[in-house]
Design a protein around this ligand. Sequence first.
Ligand SMILES: [Zn+2]
Length: 207
Amino acid sequence: MVELPKPVRELISFFERLPGIGPKSATRLAFYLINAPSDFSKNFSRAVIEMKTRIKKCRVCFGVSEEDVCPVCGNGKRIQTTICVVERSIDMLAIENLGDYEGVYHVLGGVINPLEHVGPDDLELDSLFGRVRSMAGNGHGVEVEIIIATSPTMEGEATALYIKRKLDEIDQSIKITRIGSGLPIGADLEFADQATLSRAMEGRKGL
Ligand SMILES: [Zn+2]
């Protein structure tokens, strides 16, 4: 087998690190770029750099945003006292794409996973509890609902229980729900189809 030039091998190794891309696809993508007009490669790399410099985390929900506060948090029509807790921004996008969720979000940045050395402090949990604390017990009789939409994996369930326990300590009157069953067990939320995800949101139960 011929050895590929170093720049090509390097590009392949980057593609291989992307989710869902195996060595074969990585090689195909690299060769696509080799043969594509040079404008394409230039614009492609510029788009990656621009995304990295212009995209930040929303300071309220930690979802991806171009501004300090994302369009969902900044939308006065959204119900600010209903917070859907998700693992990643891509899960927020999946629920947003359903088109009927009226609350806001909180992006944890992952799940508690002792095997991969991810503890509660590595996630946006304190910020979640801070948000809830500022709403709960405000004396206005506003119902606060926290929808825990972590994936139905072992780690996702453990994280959901951790959140539930902490929220109970903050205020017993907070309504805590977990997205319904029907989602493929062990799979990430982002892979659920729209109908399944929609049913899971509607069928959420008290935790
Ligand atoms: Zn936000």
